[in-house]
Design a protein around this ligand. Structure first.
Ligand SMILES: Nc1ncnc2c1ncn2[C@@H]1O[C@H](COP(=O)(O)OP(=O)(O)OP(=O)(O)O)[C@@H](O)[C@H]1O
Ligand SMILES: [Mg+2]
Length: 262
């Protein structure tokens, strides 16, 4: 089972867009993925079109407050995959557990007890902060996908994030398989290419060759509660996420054999 935390501490770089469309592409490839919304903003829950998406005490909030088994919190999306939704109350989890060191391992334990046994790839949409929620996601995950938008400050942030993951690896005595994906790539801007080249120079094969271009269908589909494949399957955004899914799949990131994404 692959557990993938989609994380970057920088906001607005395409974490949720990437999580939504990768999960949808995996569903189209019959991989039965599960998405976890670990951001109190609940953007993924809203974007995937489930009803009363961010109602309190139904999704991840319920898990953290009452240790409800994760499989009991799964909801079906209109696109046919499953999600555990988020709500604003999730923001209080830090305060609820304070500095209890066990707080960071709750999700990992939860996986061990049920969801992890399903064998489905699990994608976790993280919030843009390295607090208790994100630590839970990272400790439960064995892979980290880092979306980076094609601008200078975003690129700077990756170095810090990479170092933080290195520290965590040493502490946990285990490796995180990592991939960096460049998002909001504007092919008309020289800067976009320069950033891609610099990332490749520094992080080599960890940087995906597929770049996600700036695309209106990607920005619009969440408003309709749809992923880009349901909203505009022939758009450049759909083509980019299809290509990314295949590239990640072929490099073993989903524990996948060769995948056909329709
Ligand atoms: N490739 C793209 N083309 C056009 N718009 C995009 C693209 N990727 C993301 N966006 C838009 O940019 C905004 C931020 O994207 P998104 O919500 O995925 O980022 P995020 O990293 O999850 O943000 P946060 O840190 O707040 O959780 C959204 O309005 C989204 O629709
Ligand atoms: Mg987000």
């Amino acid at each position: 089972m692959a557990v993938i935390a989609v994380f970057n501490q920088k906001g607005g770089v395409g974490k949720t867009t990437t999580c939504l469309n990768l999960t949808a592409a995996l569903a189209l490839a019959n991989r039965n993925p599960i998405a976890l919304d670990m951001d109190p903003q609940g953007h993924l829950s809203i974007a995937c079109g489930v009803k009363n998406a961010t109602a309190p005490d139904v999704g991840m909030e319920k898990f953290f407050k009452y240790q409800t088994p994760l499989t009991k919190l799964l909801r079906d999306t209109p696109a046919g995959w499953q999600i555990i939704s988020s709500s604003l109350g999730l923001a209080k989890i830090d305060a609820l557990y304070g500095s209890d060191p066990k707080a960071a391992t709750l999700l990992k334990q939860g996986f061990g007890e049920d969801l992890g046994l399903t064998g489905a790839p699990i994608l976790i949409d993280c919030c843009p902060m390295l607090g208790v929620l994100t630590l839970n996601a990272l400790l439960a995950a064995d892979r980290v996908l880092i979306p980076v938008s094609a601008d200078f400050l975003s690129m700077q942030g990756v170095h810090r994030l990479d170092s933080a993951l290195n520290v965590l690896e040493t502490k946990l005595k285990r490796k995180f398989e990592r991939r960096i994906v460049l998002t909001r790539f504007d092919s008309r801007r020289k800067l976009s290419y320069e950033i891609f080249d610099k990332l490749k120079e520094r992080f080599g094969a960890k940087v995906c060759n597929t770049r996600i271009g700036e695309n209106v269908a990607l920005a619009t589909s969440p408003m309709h509660g749809k992923d880009v494949f349901a909203f505009s399957p022939n758009s450049p955004g759909a083509a980019d996420y299809r290509a990314l899914t295949i590239e990640l799949g072929n490099s073993g990131f989903f524990d996948a054999e060769e995948m056909a994404v329709h």
